[in-house]
Design a protein around this ligand. Structure first.
Ligand code: DGY
Length: 322
């Protein structure tokens, strides 16, 4: 029988993917920051038994309908909105993601971004590097306090809960919004459920961690920003498309909110000349939620483990369920 063929769509650590090399022919796109072009991906997918994909790869019907050997897709992310799951499942393809192992790293980044935005940390660091610092000033680069304020977390999954724990360490009052209230989490953490509207009105920090679904696409529109306090800070570490970026820009320039920290954008990479990025009160990051060496390596190992399991006819550890 022919050896399985696995295509890895971005340069990853071969050491972390080692088990795959024992059972399959593994080919890896050689670039770390240049994505595998669509036509190459389509071509490789036609014969691949397994794909190790990135969140920037569109795994849609066009690709899947021509991938007759494909048994498994392992996405190097917890989110999987880049994959047409329904269609993949209809073709009997197992889809896996990397939940849990990235929870704490993503929560650290989320809280770091919140602090950086509130206390203008990146702006202050640039100020020194640009040699602008002339003297100490009473309100020089003053920002907003974080401690003892109210944080509203939209999407209280595992990452949301981990952010809540960090917020409690800063003596914050924690509100959350989910499709349904979660009594267990409320009891364990001492957090409070709020309707979406209540959360927007009451929070000093609105943190978006909800997955991108048809229901959450464009959830944060001008009306949502208008409901927030004028001193509110919005943080998004989920997916860009949960936000109407033009509305966010309007809300920031009309002082409906005080600032925002964004790790994700509708179109990634966002350009440095994008109107949102050019605003002083926007901290923009290049989608690095889970980007620590330890976590990204663990994610690679989990993807390899999942592909290995499926190719051995076993149940993968973290299959995406419909
Ligand atoms: C994910 O895993 O979905 C994150 O967006 C990666 O940082």
């Amino acid at each position: 029988m022919a050896k399985p063929y696995i295509f890895v769509t971005r340069k990853c650590s071969t050491q972390q993917l080692q088990p795959l090399y024992e059972i399959a022919d593994v080919e890896m796109w050689p670039e770390e920051e240049v994505p595998c072009p669509r036509d190459v991906l389509l071509e490789k997918a036609k014969t691949a038994t397994g794909l190790l994909t990135m969140l920037s790869d569109k795994i849609d019907e066009e690709l899947l309908s021509k991938s007759d050997n494909l048994q498994v897709i392992a996405n190097l992310a917890v989110g999987y909105d880049n994959i047409d799951i329904q269609y993949a499942k209809s073709k009997g393809i197992t889809v896996c993601n990397t939940p849990d192992i990235l929870t704490d790293s993503t929560a650290d980044l989320t809280f770091g971004l919140l602090l950086a935005t509130a206390r203008r940390i990146t702006e202050a660091a640039e100020y020194v590097k640009d040699n602008q610092w002339k003297s100490w000033g009473p309100l020089l680069l003053a920002g907003y306090d974080v401690h003892h304020k109210t944080i509203g977390i939209v999407g209280m999954g595992k990452i949301g809960q981990a952010v809540a724990k960090r917020a409690l360490g800063f003596d914050m009052n924690v509100l959350y919004h989910n499709r349904n209230p979660n009594e267990k989490v409320e009891q364990q953490l001492g957090v409070q459920y709020a309707t979406f509207e209540e959360l927007l009105t009451k929070s000093d920090y609105v943190v978006c961690l909800t997955p991108l679904t048809p229901q959450t696409r464009n959830l944060f529109d001008f009306e949502a920003f208008e409901r927030m306090k004028n001193t509110a800070i919005f943080i998004n570490v989920s997916r860009g498309a949960v936000v109407k970026e033009d509305d966010l820009y309007k809300a920031l320039t009309q002082n409906e909110i005080a600032g925002c920290g964004l790790d994700v954008f509708v179109n990634e990479p966002i350009s440095a000349t994008h109107p949102l990025v050019s605003l002083r009160n926007v901290v923009a990051l290049p989608h690095i939620g889970s980007a620590s060496y330890e976590t990204r390596h663990a994610m690679m190992r989990l993807c390899a483990e999942n592909i290995y399991a499926v190719l051995q006819g076993k149940k993968p550890r973290t299959e995406v369920k419909l």
